[in-house]
Structure formats: structure tokens, C-alpha cells
Design a protein around this ligand. Structure first.
Ligand code: FES
Length: 178
């Protein structure tokens, strides 16, 4: 797993806009995460060479920024806020329902690969508490245990549909070969 020459060149050009190389670290880490869905260990070495920050310093940055992650996640990543506004409006029950629906611990990938659920600090959606975020881009507001269960079921169904479509394609190819 490594960045291509072209990608490294792009990152070098981006970093050159900053007075210090280290200022470009967050951009590089997001770039890697966009590519792989998470930030693998090998990429820390590559970003380290580009930014002059050690892999340990980069790891600390990733720990600090909750939208960055070191582990792979499911096809959909659901963050559910458990900070004060959301907590007082029932995020604990929403999280419990989400965990039950995915059938694995927070941060793990559901067995069908469809979903990972993560508790999160404030997502800036307090006026719609309890709130969440899908794939770091789609807002979820006024969540209830029922709503989150339905959403997770719909993602599981999406996965089944795509597997069924894949199966149909294989059957079609086999038929053509007969
Ligand atoms: S406290 Fe939950 S979004 Fe702010």
C-alpha cells in the first residue's frame, strides 16, 4: 500500500504553499484517508517524509482529529454524537440501538461489511440533537432508536442488493460461456 509518484508530487506541490512543511500534514492525512478509507501504517511513513513530522507525531494528530482514523471501517461510517446536548436528548439510547443493529462493538465493521458505528464528540449539529453524520458528509438530526435501526437496516439491504447484482453478473458471464 503506497502512494503513487503522481500522488506524492501532488502532495509536495500542496505542501509548498505553506511556510512550514508540517502545516500540510492534515491535508496529506485526509488525502490518504480518502484513498484507502483509513490511514494505514505505511502511509504514516510516507506522510512523515513529506512533512518532517515523525510517525508518532502524525499518530497524535490523528488521535486528536476525530474525523481521521487509523482503522478500516464499513462501507458506511455512522458517527453518533454523545456530547452534552445530544446526551440530554437521548443519544445514549440511539447509540445502544445502533450497536444492537450492527451486532458488533463500536468501531468494528458489521459482519456484512456494511456499517461501522462510532460515538463522536460534538458534530456541530446541536440544534438537531441527538445528531449524527454518515460518511463525514451527510447530516442526521433528531435521531431516535427507531430511525437509526431503520437506517442501518437500509444499509444492510443495500449491501445485499449489490451482492445479488454481482451474483447476477457472474451468472450472465457463465451463461455466455456455455
Ligand atoms: S452536542 Fe451533539 S452535535 Fe453538538
Amino acid at each position: 500500500m503506497s502512494l503513487t509518484e503522481h500522488e506524492i508530487e501532488h502532495l509536495r506541490e500542496h505542501i509548498a504553499h505553506y511556510p512550514e512543511k508540517r502545516a500540510g500534514a492534515i491535508y496529506c492525512l485526509y488525502y490518504v484517508q480518502d484513498k484507502y478509507g483509513y490511514i494505514p501504517r505505511a502511509s504514516l511513513d510516507e506522510v512523515s517524509e513529506l512533512t518532517d513530522l515523525s510517525p508518532t507525531q502524525l499518530d497524535e494528530l490523528i488521535t486528536f482529529y476525530t474525523l481521521l482514523r487509523r482503522r478500516p471501517v464499513g462501507r458506511r461510517l455512522i458517527r453518533i454524537c454523545d456530547s452534552i446536548s445530544c446526551y440530554t436528548r437521548g443519544s445514549e439510547q440511539v447509540l445502544a440501538a445502533a450497536k444492537e443493529a450492527v451486532g458488533v462493538e463500536f468501531g468494528q465493521i458489521s459482519r456484512d461489511g456494511a456499517v461501522t458505528v462510532l460515538p463522536s464528540i460534538c458534530l456541530g449539529l446541536c440544534d438537531r440533537a441527538p445528531a449524527g453524520l454518515v460518511d463525514d458528509s451527510e447530516d442526521l438530526g433528531e435521531l431516535t432508536p427507531e430511525k437509526i435501526r431503520d437506517l442501518i437496516c437500509s444499509y444492510a439491504a443495500e449491501t445485499l442488493d449489490s451482492k445479488a447484482a454481482g451474483g447476477q453478473q457472474i451468472l450472465a458471464v457463465l451463461k455466455d460461456q456455455q
